[in-house]
Ligand binder design. Structure first.
Ligand code: WTA
Length: 635
């Protein structure tokens, strides 16, 4: 599908210009390269004030026909997915487009056979195994909406997500391998299922031979269900604006936001950006190390690469098992050409001896990618020098769960790169840098810093927050008139290149995972000895950011280490292990404004050991508390 690819910087500029002058014509042409059951009547209708965005209205399609069926004739035998297991001694699996097509169709019939229809919500809580890809595509095949919950989340996180969207069916695996550990996913699900009245059926894939507890009438094994159905399943006709999936992301307030992505625009956006940013050629092997439980996995392990007919690698394990050379061993073994990972992984690997890299032949690599958080200069150079050997363009791709697809990024080998810069907007993306008065900084030839907004819709923008359109409006469309607000700060240099500086709200990115501090605070507040708490992020050399919790205990409670571990465990159980605070400080009070708001800005500075200038504290009700907190701060 080379016809989607920009090949020179001049072509990039031309495409960009066309996309701003006539966005409808620009996207019309791209959308025409896909398989539609019926062409759309209207390319775009939008109003960020409502907010409402509709792309390719009246168009009918099924995304799996684009990811599978349309490749069968020309490249049915090409490998679609290479699966690399956690244990290097277990065999890799190679699944061709034709095999994947059959597996997806068959499992789609399993879903139907279990009463799932178009529009029903299906929750997936699964390890990184091909069956996760099969299950998500099977949902899309019959028009069911998948809601994937990252398999590191706790039972209460699963339950709240299932209940928020009313999922009817849950698909899971009995166990998951993670490095040297084996985790029982089914037990975690069983706990969640005590509080999820909408779930009627659970389908369990057996990843290990261990015995699995099954509830009569509710729980069924994947393989048993497959025996009951045949292999042909026609693709459901979907409207371009029909829901494809819900994916939860953290917000500034406690409850996670179920971002809704629809079918046509998401497909066009992810595929176009995949083709262009990575510049894949026919026999390339592309590997994105993300988990499919996050948007990066949805868009750039599954939908984008498969719609583009690429070979995509899925890895079950972790970078440190059996040793810190695992990523490079896989690149060597599978001849990976395109490698896409997160800065936190790069930083963790850069801390290890270079021998872990040097033991492996990385000469197949052509392009390196980074995503999920700002990449610091040191990590960028380590990646570029030791992994890319100075020969592979590094694409620092900025985007979000909400944007569905990459927004600001170099086009590999075409856009001049610069460490720590995501560089230029892709065609179709119109960023706006906003100053502190809420005005757009329009001079592109002068360096500036501000908040990042987007002033025109792109096809893969999330259409709403499931069940809460009002919140969608408040979070994304209220900061600036008729613009989408990203929640990120940004710096733009005098040549129009963007560097993303990080979140400007109460979301902290820890090891590439978005965590809302409010959710963690809610969890800590549940502890019977805790009166109140505040959680902030502070810089961490591997994780990017780590969490620091300030906790007020009841007067008669002794602050002990035991209490600290109880609080950590509580967070781990309610949100997930990734949300555990690194540091907990017991305090007698929190700095509050007269209106009762915690002044997190100050707490962030103390946690970051950056206390020379605490800024204006005159609006505080209890300024004396700051000295106490500073004196006892954990360094
Ligand atoms: C951050 C992940 C700097 C940013 C695809 C954004 C980045 C949030 C980059 C979205 C990057 C993502 N440089 N920051 N290249 N990519 N971010 O929803 O703060 O998990 O708002 O989507 O990650 O995280 P999410």
């Amino acid at each position: 599908m080379k016809n989607l690819q920009i090949k020179t910087f001049a072509e990039y500029k031309k495409a960009y210009q066309k996309s701003t002058e006539n966005p409808e014509a620009f996207w019309d042409e791209i959308a025409s390269t896909f398989t539609w059951k019926k062409k759309w009547d209207k390319t775009l209708e939008w109003d960020f004030r409502k907010p409402e965005v509709k792309w390719f209205q009246g168009g009918k399609l099924n995304i799996t026909e684009n990811c599978l069926d349309r490749h069968l004739e020309e490249q049915g035998n090409k490998t679609a997915i290479i699966w690399e297991p956690n244990d290097p001694d277990e065999e890799s699996r190679y699944i061709s487009y034709r095999q994947l097509f059959v597996k997806v169709s068959r499992f789609a019939n399993v879903l139907k056979n279990n009463g799932i229809k178009k529009g029903d919500k299906v929750c997936l809580y699964m390890p990184m195994i091909p069956e996760l890809a099969i299950a998500m595509l099977a949902c899309a095949r019959i028009g069911a909406v998948h809601s994937i919950v990252f398999a590191g989340f706790s039972s209460s996180a699963i339950a709240s997500r299932i209940n928020d969207s009313g999922c009817k069916l849950l698909i899971t695996a009995n166990e998951v391998y993670r490095g040297s550990k084996r985790v029982n996913l089914k037990d975690i699900c069983d706990e969640a299922l005590e509080n999820t009245p909408s779930i009627e059926t659970v389908i369990v894939y057996r990843r290990t031979v261990e015995p699995t507890s099954m509830k009569e009438g509710r729980d069924k094994f994947w393989f048993d269900e497959l025996q009951k159905v045949d292999k042909d399943c026609a693709a459901e006709e979907m409207d371009a604006e029909d829901m494809l999936f819900i994916l939860y992301t953290s917000g500034s307030t406690g409850k996670p936001k179920g971002m809704v992505h629809t079918t046509g625009g998401y497909m066009v956006g992810t595929t176009y950006t995949f083709e262009n940013v990575f510049q894949l050629e026919k026999n390339d092997v592309y590997w994105c190390t993300a988990d499919i439980g996050w948007i990066t996995g949805h868009s750039y392990i599954i939908y984008g690469p498969l719609a583009a007919g690429a070979t995509t690698v899925m890895f079950e394990g972790i970078p440190s098992y059996p040793d810190y050379g695992r990523f490079w061993e896989i690149c060597d073994k599978l001849n990976v050409t395109h490698f896409y990972t997160a800065p936190t992984a790069i930083r963790a690997l850069a801390k290890q001896s270079l021998k872990f890299v040097e033991q492996h032949d990385l000469s197949s690599l052509k392009v390196l990618g980074s995503v999920g958080e700002p990449i610091n200069e040191e990590a960028w150079h380590w990646y570029n020098d030791n992994i890319g050997k100075g020969n592979c363009p590094v694409v620092d791709t900025w985007w979000q769960t909400e944007t569905g697809a990459i927004m600001i990024s170099p086009v590999a080998g075409i856009t001049p790169t610069r460490p720590t810069f995501a560089t230029l907007p892709l065609p179709g993306v119109q960023p706006a840098l906003m100053d502190e008065n809420g005005k757009e900084i329009t001079n592109l030839h002068e360096k500036a810093e501000g908040r990042l907004a987007i002033k025109f819709p792109w096809p893969s923008i999330a259409r709403t927050i499931y069940g809460n359109h009002q919140r969608y409006k408040e979070v994304y469309f209220s900061a600036y008139e008729n613009m989408y607000f990203t929640g990120d700060g940004s710096y733009r240099d005098a040549t129009g290149n963007y560097r993303i500086t990080g979140r400007v709200d109460d979301v902290v990115i820890v090891s590439g995972h978005n965590l809302g501090t409010a959710t963690i605070e809610n969890a800590i507040d549940e502890h019977q000895n805790v009166v109140e708490c505040a959680v902030v992020g502070f810089p961490h050399d591997v994780k990017g950011n780590a969490l620091y919790a300030y906790v007020i205990l009841y007067d008669d409670v002794e602050p002990t280490e035991k209490l600290e571990s109880e609080i950590k465990k509580l967070v781990s159980d309610t949100v997930g292990p990734i949300a555990k605070p690194d540091k907990i400080q017991f305090v007698s009070g929190l700095p509050k404004t007269r209106s009762g708001k915690i002044m997190r800005r100050i707490l962030r500075k103390i946690a970051s050991n950056d206390t020379d200038n605490l800024g204006d504290t005159s609006t505080l009700l209890n300024p004396e508390i700051i000295d106490e907190i500073m004196q006892e701060a954990k360094r």
